[in-house]
Design a protein around this ligand. Sequence first.
Ligand SMILES: Cc1cc2nc3c(=O)[nH]c(=O)nc-3n(C[C@H](O)[C@H](O)[C@H](O)COP(=O)(O)OP(=O)(O)OC[C@H]3O[C@@H](n4cnc5c(N)ncnc54)[C@H](O)[C@@H]3O)c2cc1C
Length: 397
Amino acid sequence: MREDLTGAMARIVGEANVSDRLVDRICYSRDCGPDPAGIPAVVARPSTTEEVAAVLRWADEHRHALYTRGRATTFLGSGVKEGVILLDTTRMNRIERIDTAAGYVDVQAGAIWHGIDADLRRVGWELGVPGGGGLFSCTIGGTVAVNAIPHGATEYGMTGDHVLALEVVLANGTVIRTGSWANPASEPIERNANGPDFAGLFIGSYGILGVITRVVYRIRRAPESELFRFYAFDDYRDLVAAAGGIQGRGAATFLVGLFGGPKPAGEEGDAFFHVIVRDRSAVAEGRMHEAEAIAESHGGRPRPAEGTRHYWQEHMYSWLRNTGPSAYYSDRPFFCPEVAGFVSTPGLADAVALFRTMRAEREAEFEQYGIRVKGVDAYFARNGAYLWIDTLYDERR
Ligand SMILES: Cc1cc2nc3c(=O)[nH]c(=O)nc-3n(C[C@H](O)[C@H](O)[C@H](O)COP(=O)(O)OP(=O)(O)OC[C@H]3O[C@@H](n4cnc5c(N)ncnc54)[C@H](O)[C@@H]3O)c2cc1C
């Protein structure tokens, strides 16, 4: 059976783009998280939509399970089951078109997020959202498939909000296009134009409804100005109230709250937030003044914001706490399991309280197993917050 499967895949994607070597298959079994997964039977690396469709048709006819993989940067435990065909999209990394007049980029699903953005920046534009923290490695297809929560979410919203159209191969090999792109005579202008929005079915579906092969994504002119502030609060509930006020006024591009884990280097306080404003120069200062006034009216103390700038411009997580990377990562190897979810902004205060209580009650267990809390952090979105709790513990245990 193995020969048949490998041979069939090789006929579709070429001998050089298939492997059933155990060492390769093991490398494709896990994501960035701690959970073990199954080992695929074969890895196939198509480069075109037609090849993806042929692989899916073969899998459908032979009733063989298949898993689609971008760059496996999730922390959730990969969905790879024992013996699946593993479809690796990373050879599908071509930018088909940058159209600044119509405001979109059309790209194959396996292209790396940051690579697309780098090409856009050469012409003064950028993707509709800056991407999540995995932007240097993740694919655009995988990021749309999980509807990642991006940096800049306070103003720009979710990854899926900027998808204009998708090309998707369904489980039986049928290729569809969504939004206005479904009409062959139309350009991919809007998701909800000229018909129902089928793109929404695939955004956040984790690949279970089809394989995304092309993404048409909204682009914007890169802003002229980026401003940074950092605030300390003596009570996390005041921070949550201030964040709600700033959200209500649409003043910030991005707010990141720190509610636990190591304190920012040299800082006193119970909770902290980073404020980032991006806009045209004439507008950015006014928005930042508004954010400052709201933060200070809730007891926020302005602190040096070099760490905020470093975090945003260098994309270094550790600088959220004004420290270099070694402050987190000195004692490798470690697991970094993550718990995350959306809450309303007022509900965030309850969620933080619950975590703090649980953490205090389990002090001894955290000590016994060497578990460290890396962060209890929140990305503020437009009308809520994405809270994530990261822990670190020794992988060998
Ligand atoms: C350092 C770091 C920081 C991160 N920060 C964030 C963050 O700020 N916000 C956030 O939300 N996430 C974050 N993540 C998680 C991760 O970056 C995202 O989930 C990522 O965008 C997934 O892309 P990927 O290419 O790695 O997809 P994969 O992990 O390969 O796949 C993810 C899921 O999508 C499916 N899939 C992949 N490609 C396709 C496709 N073409 N068609 C259909 N289904 C597909 C897979 O089957 C799987 O279920 C971070 C990760 C790292 C390593």
